[in-house]
Design a protein around this ligand. Structure first.
Ligand SMILES: *[C@@H]1O[C@H](CO)[C@@H](O)[C@H](O)[C@H]1NC(C)=O
Ligand SMILES: *[C@@H]1O[C@H](CO)[C@@H](O)[C@H](O)[C@H]1NC(C)=O
Ligand SMILES: *[C@@H]1O[C@H](CO)[C@@H](O)[C@H](O)[C@H]1NC(C)=O
Ligand SMILES: *[C@@H]1O[C@H](CO)[C@@H](O)[C@H](O)[C@H]1NC(C)=O
Ligand SMILES: *[C@@H]1O[C@H](CO)[C@@H](O)[C@H](O)[C@H]1NC(C)=O
Ligand SMILES: [Ca+2]
Ligand SMILES: [Ca+2]
Ligand SMILES: [Ca+2]
Length: 540
């Protein structure tokens, strides 16, 4: 009875989530104004931030704890009803005098009107940009700006709307970049095409921005990740100047996870930054997206379809936050939180029947191609390759073989000398690339097949070679083997050119189980797979 009562109390208290006021006294004073500034008093209130002139605006960025709702309270002052004042938080129009006029006030100034606002907005991220835009030749201003947020439940680093503490506490913090207010730096990110410079838009520091990131620019980074199955990416993305219905994009491992088209006039009523054309506007787009993702690394590309120079159309970024949902203990890659969702165990544990088992009697003989980039073939021989070099790149990581190299007839082998042993364990990450027509990839050891898989043209998504979809599969096999030499061979039944259909692999490990008693009665050939394929998990 007591237990039930306690439970009800807890539920009741979580329903009444309250707003917490942000301490922003230090940043209020740094608000950036464009236009002619004039202090004025109204009803004895003196700290009014007054402005005069067309295209005048006030802009400031506020740091916030992770939240789902933002409350903005402010008193706004203006003279003429026909003049327009808009209030934005990031890309969202939070209030407009066009739809919600001000009322008369007892100000000393004639015709001065005012409105007291209390706006509750859906908003997430770790910062917010507040922008007052005025299209008026008269004086306007604001006072008593107060921001509060509905914070995430206790113990949560991030949350979604209506998450319980139990739900959001699963999220873990990954990283943040470009969060300093006055200036930002690249922090390990690289660019392809464009200028690796930062800029200030209004008073918002950006990586890239006007005159830096334009046509063909890609801002990219290969991020090392802890074992996870979902990722949340929050970032502030700025559209600047004369976009011609072109698209801003964020890609993760080659897949577009955010995209939006913009025109030159998309943005706030007043120009915030960019070139001298007043009709080309700015948008500070707050991006917040959750995607399924696993693996040690995540390649993020920010890019666009812009086709003109960065002094004509450009973009910039800041405030990147990455959160993730972790895999179970002992699991390195997964598609869910429990151990039965595991697709690859950590520490070389062996996945069997929903568990990561410690088969500790196996010793590593060799590991090849485990780094993101490699240039040494490590003794592997490539036959009937259709191009060289035979190391290619897919999504920023190197493969032996791959697009344009290994198609019809191609095969890759290496012979290992193995200390006395009874079984071998083979792990490898295989890539199927482009338009396979129900053709097979084959892994053989001493001419006996230990693994095979048939692929058709339609698989996961496109990230390698040409536009056809691709696939990756990680395999972990244990099979009996006693020969001193083990000749491992990868081949396929492909019948077309490697620019049409191809394959490659990386992250190869060969282990052996040493035989305590060596009984060499005969030279054995392989006894067909003992543990038939224990993992075939196709993932992105
Ligand atoms: C708010 O910040 C100011 C300046 O950093 C500090 O002086 C003040 O004590 C803070 N107030 C609270 C309630 O934390
Ligand atoms: C201000 O804007 C109005 C309306 O767009 C325009 O008619 C006027 O010429 C502008 N004034 C100045 C000083 O730019
Ligand atoms: C968005 O932009 C892309 C690339 O610039 C373009 O191909 C596409 O047609 C645009 N979409 C719309 C709805 O206009
Ligand atoms: C991501 O950026 C890298 C580096 O510029 C590039 O090699 C790769 O092709 C890009 N990926 C996509 C899908 O655009
Ligand atoms: C596996 O078992 C061996 C021997 O018992 C032990 O030394 C090793 O730490 C274990 N590995 C893991 C990842 O638990
Ligand atoms: Ca263009
Ligand atoms: Ca492809
Ligand atoms: Ca074919």
């Amino acid at each position: 009875m007591i237990l039930i009562f306690v439970l009800i109390l807890i539920i009741a208290s979580t329903e009444q989530i309250s707003f917490e006021v942000l301490n922003n006294t230090n940043v209020i004073g740094d608000i950036y104004y464009n236009g002619q500034r004039k202090e004025f008093k109204c009803n004895g209130v003196s700290n009014i931030y007054g402005q005069i002139g067309n295209d005048s605006y006030a802009i400031q960025q506020f740091q916030m704890p992770q939240h789902t709702m933002l409350r903005l309270e402010v008193i706004l002052y203006g003279v003429d009803l026909n003049n327009q004042i808009d209030l934005y938080v990031d890309h969202d129009l939070a209030w407009s005098s066009k739809t919600s006029p001000m009322v008369s006030t007892q100000c000393g100034l004639s015709d001065m009107k005012m409105i007291q606002l209390k706006l509750d907005l859906s908003h997430s991220g770790s910062s917010g940009i507040v922008i007052f835009i005025a299209n008026t030749q008269e004086i306007w201003g604001f006072s008593d700006l107060k921001l509060s947020v509905q914070q995430c439940p206790k113990g949560c680093v991030t949350c979604e709307n209506e998450d319980t503490q139990e739900q959001c506490s699963l999220w873990e913090f990954g990283l943040n970049n470009w969060i300093q207010f006055q200036s930002v730096s690249f922090e390990g990110w690289s660019i392809f095409y464009g200028k690796d410079k930062t800029s200030i838009c209004g008073n918002i520091a950006l990586v890239g921005g006007y005159n830096n990131f334009g046509m063909n620019t890609i801002l990219y980074n290969m991020i090392a990740m802890k074992p996870h199955y979902k990722v949340r990416i929050q970032v502030l993305w700025a559209k600047i100047d004369s976009w011609d219905n072109e698209q801003g994009q964020m890609m993760v491992d080659g897949i577009i996870v955010w995209r939006k088209n913009y025109t030159n006039s998309n943005g706030y009523g007043s120009k915030i930054c960019g070139n001298s054309n007043q009709n080309y506007k700015t948008v500070f787009q707050r991006i917040d997206t959750i995607i399924d993702h696993t693996g040690n690394n995540m390649l993020i590309n920010f890019t666009s379809t812009l086709d003109q120079a960065s002094d004509d159309e450009s973009f910039g970024l800041r405030d990147l936050f990455i959160y993730y949902l972790p895999c179970a203990d002992r699991c390195k890659e997964c598609h869910g939180p429990t151990i039965s969702d595991c697709t690859k165990c950590s520490d070389n544990l062996f996945y069997d029947s929903g568990q990561c088992l410690n088969i500790s009697n196996f010793e590593i003989l060799q590991q090849n191609f485990n780094t993101i980039k490699f240039d040494d073939l490590s003794g592997w021989e490539v036959y009937q390759n259709q191009n060289s070099p035979v190391i290619t790149t897919c999504m920023g990581t190197n493969l032996i073989g791959g697009f344009g190299v290994i198609g019809s007839g191609g095969y890759i082998t290496k012979t290992f000398i193995v200390p006395p042993h009874t079984r071998l364990r083979l792990q490898v990450l295989i890539y199927k690339i482009d338009s396979w027509d129900n053709e097979k990839l084959i892994v053989e050891v001493d001419d006996a097949q230990v693994w095979t898989h048939v692929w058709s043209v339609d698989t996961d998504s496109n990230y390698c070679g040409q536009l056809w979809t691709d696939s990756k599969v990680y395999i972990d096999l244990i099979f009996e083997h006693t020969n001193e030499e083990a000749r491992i061979k990868f081949s396929s039944t492909l019948n077309q050119d490697s620019i049409d259909e191809s394959w490659g692999f990386r992250e190869f490990t060969l282990m052996y189980e040493s035989s305590v008693q060596i009984i060499e009665l005969m030279t054995t050939t392989i006894i067909p797979v003992v543990y038939v394929l224990l993992i075939i998990l196709i993932y992105l």
